[in-house]
Write a protein that binds this ligand. Structure first.
Ligand code: C2E
Ligand code: MG
Ligand code: MG
Ligand code: MG
Length: 287
């Protein structure tokens, strides 16, 4: 009986597997065309200072303005692009487009997500160097977000690639901390400039003591190692209070800003600079 049910499960599995395969293949074909037809767009989500809520950075988030099928988010199409290798040209498009968009956003850091396949690609650091040189984007204002899966597969190669990238002056942050297996030892091994606490950990920390303890200890270690800490996915004031008290220096979440087109960031940055200019003028009048 166990053999039979095993076989049944196997047929069932294969059918859904084939269906999944078919759906993935359709997306994959369409991704090729989308890149050629210019259907990708970038949205930018501001990160604010935990201290005064000013915008200190923006994260570039890929959007697919799809004309031939249902609109799907990056959580769906990025894994397909990763499996097919298309993430390499797509990722380079993201880098080039985002640094061009962000050129005029003085003093604001640009964060770009990087997939494991990109980090493993020996061409990647070379292309990154070319993009920085051709655009004149200050490397100090660029930050690449990697996840633990980028690093665990081949830590030696990853470490070497990260060193080359850091050599340009670009900073590295560990994204989605608290979702996978990345341990505190991991932070020490790779020496990231910044830690990003995943939204799930932020939400959980507001709900149970165990998660709060985990968040607090991760932040303490990160700070002791000289890393900046960003809380992701902050949607409520109590969550913002919690992560601020816990020692996060940057906050990202819908409580402050959602992702928006580059033009809107242009306007926000302009406003912020004008406010700062006024504050400065006031200060010097008083002096
Ligand atoms: P991520 O890098 O962790 O980006 C943060 C995600 O959280 C974004 O989802 C953002 O819109 C969402 N988010 C921000 N604040 C809040 C909040 O307060 N509440 C909630 N519920 N969500 C919030 P998005 O844009 O759908 O991106 C999903 C993931 O897709 C990203 O997660 C990243 O892993 C990946 N991704 C996006 N763009 C790129 C890209 O250009 N390259 C690569 N390799 N991956 C990308
Ligand atoms: Mg990210
Ligand atoms: Mg994240
Ligand atoms: Mg995430």
């Amino acid at each position: 009986a166990s053999k039979r049910s095993g076989k049944m499960r196997c047929t069932w599995f294969n059918r859904t597997f084939d269906q999944r395969r078919e759906a993935v293949r359709e997306i994959e074909d369409d991704l090729h065309r989308a890149l050629a037809d210019g259907e990708f767009e970038l949205a930018y989500q501001p990160l604010v200072s935990a201290r005064d809520q000013r915008i200190v950075a923006v994260e570039a988030l890929l959007r697919w303005n799809r004309t031939r099928g249902p609109i799907i988010g990056p959580n769906v199409f990025i894994p397909v692009a990763e499996e097919s290798g298309l993430i390499n040209p797509i990722g380079l498009w993201v880098l080039r487009q985002s640094v061009v968009d962000a050129l005029g956003w003085d003093d604001i850091t640009l964060s770009v997500n990087i997939s494991a396949a990109q980090l493993r690609n020996p061409e990647f650091p070379i292309k990154l160097g070319e993009i920085l040189e051709e655009t004149g984007f200050p490397p100090r204002r660029l930050e690449l977000e990697v996840t633990e899966t980028c690093l665990v597969l081949d830590p030696v190669v990853a470490e070497r690639t990260l060193d080359v990238i850091r050599g340009f002056g670009v900073r590295i942050s560990l994204d989605d901390f608290g979702t996978g297996y990345a341990s505190i030892g991991f932070l020490r091994q790779f020496r990231f400039e910044k830690l990003k606490l995943d939204r799930s950990l932020v939400v959980q920390a507001g709900e149970d003591d165990g998660s709060r303890a985990m968040m607090l200890s991760s932040i303490a270690v990160a700070r002791a190692l000289g890393m900046g800490v960003t809380a992701e996915g902050v949607e409520t004031e109590p969550q913002a209070d919690l992560v601020r008290a816990a020692g996060c220096d940057q906050i990202q979440g819908w409580l402050y800003y959602r992702a928006m087109p580059a033009r809107e960031i242009d306007r926000l940055v302009e406003e912020q600079n004008a406010d700062q200019g006024m504050a400065k003028a006031k200060g010097s009048n008083a002096a």
